[in-house]
Design a protein around this ligand. Structure first.
Ligand code: OAD
Length: 246
């Protein structure tokens, strides 16, 4: 048995024997669907300063420029489909007795793959939220040219995502923190574990006694403290774990 298959076997064993499991995902889980990550080679933020585009101040200064960025991202996502990693996590939710999926991704691919218990920490890129009355509607992606306006009052909408300097939705974050503090296994896949407060969730789980399993082709600040690290792509590794669970 190779070292890698031993790690996969150990991860599956831990997951199978756990009563409660949490999984935190990041952009890497969608990489094999063709969605660019933020910090790697070809990452979305490379050559750009995120604070010039993803902040409330930037939107106030130049909403057209910020919307151009988000409409471009919607255009990239429009034809992206969930990959085997997303499907494996949806299967884990069906197989394991108590499974909470926490994601930093705004692409909606976990839900498309069939995950139901999803806490989207950073919001949903397909939501248009009115800047005047707060009304939310779901974008179809048919019009990627014009700035969306509120269907109720006509004011300018903003993307339904969390920007730098904004609070995470308190109810979603509280639910995520509580789930992490109660779980026995914390699976962390496809995130650089550098953006707070999401990056602290695994630390809180570990401090409360959970075993931490990390899946990532590269080392992260979490790697050293993880109980099991499985280096490699989530689109291959997550299905391999699920195969051993079924
Ligand atoms: P990053 O772009 O920071 O990190 C992506 C991670 O995925 C890296 O650690 C890669 O090594 C890993 N990776 C790449 N390909 C992979 C694959 N096939 N399988 C598994 N892992 C892979 O993305 P996040 O950690 O999600 O926030 O970034 C966190 C937040 O920073 C984002 O939600 C966004 C960004 O700024 C906001 O916009 C508020």
């Amino acid at each position: 048995m190779t070292d890698q298959s031993e790690r996969i076997r150990l991860a599956a064993e831990r997951l199978r024997s756990a009563g409660r499991v949490c999984c935190l995902t990041g952009a890497g889980v969608s990489a094999e669907s063709g969605v660019p990550t933020f910090r790697g080679v070809g990452g979305l933020w490379r050559g750009r300063r995120p604070e010039t585009l993803a902040t409330p101040e930037a939107f106030e200064d130049d909403p057209h420029e910020v919307w151009r960025f988000y409409l471009w991202r919607r255009g990239l996502l429009k034809d992206c489909k969930p990959n085997p990693g997303h499907h494996a996590l949806a299967a884990m939710e069906r197989i394991l007795p108590d499974f909470t999926l926490i994601t930093q991704n705004v692409d909606g691919l976990h839900t498309q793959a069939g995950s139901r218990n999803v806490l989207a920490l950073h919001g949903d890129i397909w939501i248009d939220r009115c800047t005047a009355c707060g009304h939310e509607s779901r974008a179809t992606g048919d019009d990627l040219e014009s700035i969306p306006r509120c269907k109720r009052c006509g004011a300018m909408a903003r993307p339904g995502v969390v920007w730098f300097g904004e609070m995470l939705p308190p109810d979603v974050f509280d639910a995520a923190r509580n789930a992490c503090r109660r779980c026995e296994v914390m699976l962390v896949a496809g995130t650089s574990s550098v953006v707070q407060p999401a990056a602290s969730l695994a630390e809180w789980a570990r401090a409360a006694g959970a075993a931490v399993i990390e899946i990532n082709p590269e080392a992260t600040p979490l790697t050293e403290s993880a109980d099991i690290t499985i280096p490699g792509p989530s689109g291959t590794l997550l299905p391999a774990i699920v195969e051993l669970l079924t």
